[in-house]
Design a protein around this ligand. Sequence first.
Ligand code: GLU
Ligand code: ZN
Length: 472
Amino acid sequence: MSFMSEPIRVTRFAPSPTGALHLGNARTALLNFLYARQAGGRFLLRIEDTDAGRSTDAYLAALVDDLRWLGLDWDEGPDVGGPAAPYRQSERTGLYADFQERLQVTGAAYPCYCTPAELELSRKALLAAGKPPRYAGTCRELTAAQRRDREARDLASTLRFRVRPGDTVAFDDFVYGPQRFATDDIGDFIVRRADGSAAFFFCNALDDALMGVTHVLRGEDHLTNTPRQILVLGALGLPVPAYGHVSLIVGDDGAPLSKRHGATSLAELRAQGYLAAAVRNHLFRLGHSTSLQGVLAPDAMAAAFDRRHLGRSPSRFDIAQLGVWQREAVHALTDDEFAQWAGAALPPALEPAARAAFIGAVRPNVLFPLDVRAWAEVVFGAAPHLSADAEAVVRDAGGGFFDAAAAAAAASDNDLAMIAAAIRDATGRKGPALYKPLRLALTGLDHGPELAPLLRAMPRATTHDRLKRYAR
Ligand code: GLU
Ligand code: ZN
């Protein structure tokens, strides 16, 4: 046994607050959280808000709220602080300037004075010649005098990273396996934009290094960015984290997840009444296989997390499967949690015993607070309106049927077995011929929660009135 311990695992979620938190990003956050928790490591939240035009505080607040709702917590972040603060990139511009300066001084980066129009022209020419549309290298070898001349003309400049030609960047993606990229396909890329803001390749990689991130787990769309980021860190002499990329989430038809598939953001699912446990369990299984069945609590999920079980093929978001998790999650709620979830759908001021009876009766039949509201209306609302067919079934049962039922209900405190026995004695009916008219008279419906608990939940006077309506 070795006493050399593994360095502590540090993961992060690095969203841009430019919109609602999408399911793909929510899954990325969850997986990073689990990957850190599984190893007793640290999980960071870093806000990538360098795009001042599109990032808003409102999106940031919603993001934090959504992540907390999902059950995630982080050891460092904009709201909790930490040793690498600040955790919003918009507050780290001084730091970025220092490191950009360092790149420039060592010659690892150089100012580029090409205008957007010139770059576009060169791009088109390269494409027309059937070549990859990389930066042509126009400003790469400018002499000091040429640079001074351009500065004197007050030309706006970007800062470009110098990529060594004819080289290869190789890394071992901890999901996709060994990767190799030819630097000739990369071309010199921008680390500082003309407006002075730091470019993604640069600040994303720099912050991972400065924040001590050891494992970057993110969407597959970033796989081809990784070699650029490794080059930047190498030039700065900073540690390179391990990178792993997960496949994207697609709809049940295999197409990228979009509005067409229904809810695509966490906030929408939440507003519909999906429980965090259901969403968490579906997201966990999207692209991460596990032999464990059933709803897993976050701790169990963290224990079950295995990066080798992360998938490389697109994972299908399946609203039906989410419904299965939702059913299990509703089942697992305590009565208090159920009441909180149902909110205004639950009649206010129910006695504790009545509330428990109602929740017990309808729980197997509800997926959303809307369903709770519908059953509350049936149990506590006005007497149901019966369809013509239902009315015929009830009339056919006869007045004696309901005389017996009403009397037995009153005498037995709504006990179904006693009510059924009384009806059987009075009419000789049993099975569906007994239960169908009884259910119809009580609820107006031919389906629904089991009758025994439903009767326990229904106020006695209500039960009596509904039965008496059809008595002699
Ligand atoms: N802000 C980037 C994004 O949201 C972060 C990518 C990463 O995780 O490295 O796509
Ligand atoms: Zn240039």
